[in-house]
Design a protein around this ligand. Sequence first.
Ligand SMILES: [Zn+2]
Length: 417
Amino acid sequence: MTSTDSTDSTGSTGSTGSTGSTGSSAGSLAITRIGTLVTNDPSLGAGPLGVLTDAALVIDGGRVAWAGTTSKAPATDSHLDAAGRAVIPGFVDSHTHLLFDGDRAGEFAARMAGRPYTAGGIYATVAATRQASDARLAGRLTALLREALAQGTTTVETKSGYGLTVADEARALRVARQHTEETTFLGAHVPAPGTTPEEYVETVTGPMLDACAPHARWIDAFCERGAFGPGQARAVLAAGAARGLVPRLHASQLGPGPGVRLAVELGAASVDHCTYLTDEDVDALAQARGRTVATLLPGCEFSTRSPYADARRLLDAGATVALATDCNPGSSFTSSMPFCLALAVREMGMTPDEALWAATAGGAAALRRRDVGRLAPGCRADLVLLDAPSHVHLAYRPGVPLVRQVFRGGLPVVSGA
Ligand SMILES: [Zn+2]
């Protein structure tokens, strides 16, 4: 592997952010001599990942225009020599909680010293988040988004849920909407301090939903002991759906429960955690394939020293699986999709191919997106150039910063050494 920088005639300075360009001004670009190109389109290459070797990818107008072997690549305005490196779709992190302030490193350290995880720590973040100015919240959000982008994440979903008042939930989503279209109203994270779950659900499905719906695409609830029961989760998701928000659900993180089957019944795009599943849950997810995705969050199990979800069981049953970071200050403070992918391979029974698919196309499926998570013609040109000959190195070389360059919408937004 050469350490010489490949020519990047798009003139990137390696800074983050696109400064409003559409990408079309750069003209067409061919990335050539790609050692392993993962397209996630089986019609373009081998296997479910649609893998091409000695490949080229042409980008034009911010979109993928062509993918094939280097020798057949059409003429373009400029080209970038990948020198045998791998190119994969940008990661799609379909589950994060990035609107918060405060630090819970002490809680993590205590937990690692033997104290069990409980959902109560959320209230420490709620108190700190309510104190933070809008600018402070936005600053922390953008810092985490930059951190994720540097690790290859080009699409991020994020949630409210640390405000728990009408005003605080609405402003979290208003801030988030300025940075991602994938915003989720999670007023039903835990009951607000001083309220019963019953009282609080009245607020969530009433004035809070009114204030939050204009800034959100998704509605979510934490269906778990210590948070909300299935009847309350159903009421929240139904109220959101009536306002045009699409359901997704946190369920079966701390123990088995009715949440997974509820999510499937309500046609949720995703049910997230899925750590403790009954045979009926697995059957329901298998039958819901393509409609309700099982999103696994290994960073959470790592950070709470909990048993990992059994991805193998879900995959063998035929369920669609996504991987996400669950980045949040309490139970999974990582923005690293490569880290989660490596954990999924080591601890959840996934192959490197399955984990890469789940972290890209799987995340896109969990967000009901077809334009990201794949590198087929017409898709958004969101991609990662790895300092490795194949995507397998993401799990084979865990913890190593392999992301060399990131393109989003056809523009270089991160440039490696
Ligand atoms: Zn979560």
